[in-house]
Design a protein around this ligand. Structure first.
Ligand code: BDR
Ligand code: CA
Length: 310
């Protein structure tokens, strides 16, 4: 007899690639809720965007807990050029009234879930502010946290500074709190080294319309705007746009599509390399996390389109 699926919580800042990851995750049938955080857009926008996606995807009843409105110490850093002024490129119209957010702040809701005895998987695809609050509350990795997958960081070039990736750069102190303790359990870090290899074209975006209903054509429009914005920002760059957060979901669900390396890691919090990953020697005494070094791009594509039934 197959065991019960471990419930999955998504902590995110939707954001177009977060929205696509959420839609894709729902198809796995084990999403138990979403917590949101300020990042790609303001906290009110990311919370609304998560509820909007759930409503359009036919899961309006799932809890959405609104989280941190700003990083632990830094100022908020909206990514307007990437995701538009409110996170979903001006496609914010809802199919009807949206359900109200969960009555507790995200970190309290997560804290209660993660102190239980039932294991919970967590996929974090935004700045790590909510998670850091939870880790600080538990003084380390929460007991019920099973697999933690984080989209963040880079061991090659960054996308905000020459070495820093957005999610870590947006709240480096929070990322350092989480990475200091994350390796005491199963943790996978999925950074730009692999996520920028998986690129979505206009044709891919159009294909999403096949999801039908109030979701498909809308999602196609939002992702098309994201692909076009990437082309405007990097006219000489590789074709298409990286769908970072969906790659992180694949790393949770299909880790065999990736090559992994165990490494103790920290995050730089001061100076010009602020927000960058800091590889640490064993002498530092920090438990290693699994870092994705390579991805099977074709295998990812097969998994993704099969998952969406397209
Ligand atoms: C990350 O930054 C955000 O803009 C994306 O949603 C993704 O989580 C990539 O650096
Ligand atoms: Ca994100």
């Amino acid at each position: 007899m197959a065991g019960r699926a471990v419930p999955l919580i998504l902590d995110m800042d939707p954001g177009v690639d977060d929205a696509l990851a959420l839609v894709t995750a729902l198809r796995g049938g084990r999403v138990a809720g979403v917590s949101t955080v300020a990042g790609n857009a303001a906290a009110a926008d990311t919370c609304r965007n998560a509820r909007l996606v759930l409503a359009r995807a036919g899961s309006p009843g799932l809890p959405v807990a609104a989280g941190a409105e700003r990083p632990l110490f830094a100022d908020p850093l909206p990514a307007e050029a990437v995701h538009g002024p409110h996170g979903l490129w001006q496609a914010e119209e809802a199919p009807g009234p949206l359900p109200t957010p969960w009555p507790e702040p995200a970190w309290r809701w997560l804290g209660r879930l993660l102190e239980g005895t039932e294991p919970v998987d967590l996929l974090a695809t935004g700045p790590l502010t909510n998670l850091a609050r939870v880790f600080l509350w538990f003084d380390g990795r929460p007991p019920a946290l099973d697999t933690l997958v984080i989209m963040g960081g880079s061991l090659s070039a960054g996308n905000v500074t020459p070495t820093a990736e957005y999610n870590l750069y947006a709240d480096p102190e929070a990322a350092e709190v989480v990475l200091a303790a994350a390796g005491r359990g199963r943790t996978r870090l999925v950074g730009l080294d692999v996520t920028r290899r998986v690129r979505f074209t206009r044709g891919d975006a159009a294909r999403l319309a096949g999801l039908g209903g109030t979701l498909g054509p809308w999602l196609a429009e939002v992702v098309t705007a994201y692909v076009e914005a990437a082309a405007r920002r990097h006219p000489q760059g590789p074709p298409g746009a990286a769908i970072h957060d969906v790659v992180a979901l694949a790393a949770l669900e299909q880790p065999e599509l990736f090559e992994w390396e165990e490494r103790p890691l920290g995050v730089v919090t001061t100076g010009p390399w602020r927000g960058s990953l800091l590889p640490l020697p064993p002498e530092a005494g920090r438990a290693p996390v699994a870092v994705a070094r390579r991805v099977d791009v074709e295998g990812f594509g097969r998994w993704f389109w099969r998952r969406l039934g397209l």
